[in-house]
Ligand binder design. Structure first.
Ligand code: ZN
Ligand code: ZN
Length: 276
């Protein structure tokens, strides 16, 4: 049994899993077995299992727990990086928590996930200024027109109209997200497939050559720019320059993202062993 299989049991948790045999993905395991196996996995591989459940959107608690565990881990390792070691005792945990939060967002992102539309900031529409022509006919002009009509004279109403152009702010549908406020995190070049035609090789060889997508390195989705994590850290402290971030803190941050992958693999291995 693998982690993926446990997902449906979490959704079923509240409705009680029946203990009848064959109710599970694996015939040999009963609902109770599965619940016990999940509990043991959580115990043995807390960070990886919580991270996985958080990633799958099972519960907000799992996400919080995974981030807290990673922040704790980061705090125990960060003194290896001089710039982080120098942070004040009060600041350090805050910075680690922020890094862990971004690491989780990056880890849990997939081609199927969505992100807030940066064009409309998630609103789905943008404010635009338009000029509209307003016309009005003054009272005296109406009198003149009335009189003229009574006398049987030809009247062209537009000649008596006042025109002014009025600036108005209107809301228009955001074109980038079509008003949804969210856009797919899938890579623009390969649309989440991770594979794309290699233009250079295709030209050279005269036949389509498909390779790993260069834009996303075959991942299928775009990573969260690490500069966003840096910006968040800057809100807590100004002690880390962009240069220092790039040179020493970003590699540390990248390790935190990888840590989730490692821990998830560990949880997977534990679950397999428990349910073998
Ligand atoms: Zn938008
Ligand atoms: Zn791509």
């Amino acid at each position: 049994m693998n982690l993926e299989n446990t997902v449906k049991f979490h959704f079923a948790k509240s409705t009680m899993i029946s203990d009848s045999p064959r109710a599970t993905a694996s015939d040999a395991l009963t609902g109770t077995d599965i619940m016990a196996a999940m509990g043991m996995t959580q115990e043995r591989a807390a960070m990886g299992y919580s991270a996985f459940l958080g990633k799958m959107g099972i519960s907000h608690n799992d996400r919080e727990r995974a981030i807290a565990l990673l922040a704790e881990y980061a705090l125990s390792k960060c003194d290896k990086v001089a710039a982080l070691r120098k942070l004040g005792e009060g600041i350090k945990p805050l910075v680690m928590y922020q890094l862990a939060t971004f690491a989780f967002e990056d880890y849990s992102r997939s081609a199927a996930s969505v992100k807030q539309c940066d064009c409309c900031k998630g609103a789905g529409f943008i404010e635009a200024e338009v000029f509209t022509m307003k016309t009005s006919t003054p009272e005296y002009a109406r009198e003149i027109m009335k009189k003229s009509k009574e006398l049987g004279l030809k009247v062209i109403p537009s000649q008596f109209e006042n025109r002014r152009s009025v600036k108005e702010a209107i809301k228009v549908l955001c074109q980038k997200c079509q008003g949804k406020g969210i856009i797919s995190a899938a890579c623009n070049d390969c649309h989440g497939r991770g594979k794309a035609a290699d233009e250079k090789l295709t030209k050279e060889q005269g036949v389509p050559v498909i390779g790993s997508c260069k834009r996303c390195s075959g991942r299928g989705y775009e990573r969260i720019p690490s500069t966003e994590a840096y910006a968040a850290v800057c809100k807590i402290t100004d002690a880390i320059s962009l240069d220092t971030w790039k040179k020493s803190v970003k590699p540390f941050y990248d390790q935190l993202i990888t840590k989730f992958d490692i821990e998830e693999a560990w949880a997977e291995a534990q679950l397999k062993q428990i349910t073998r």
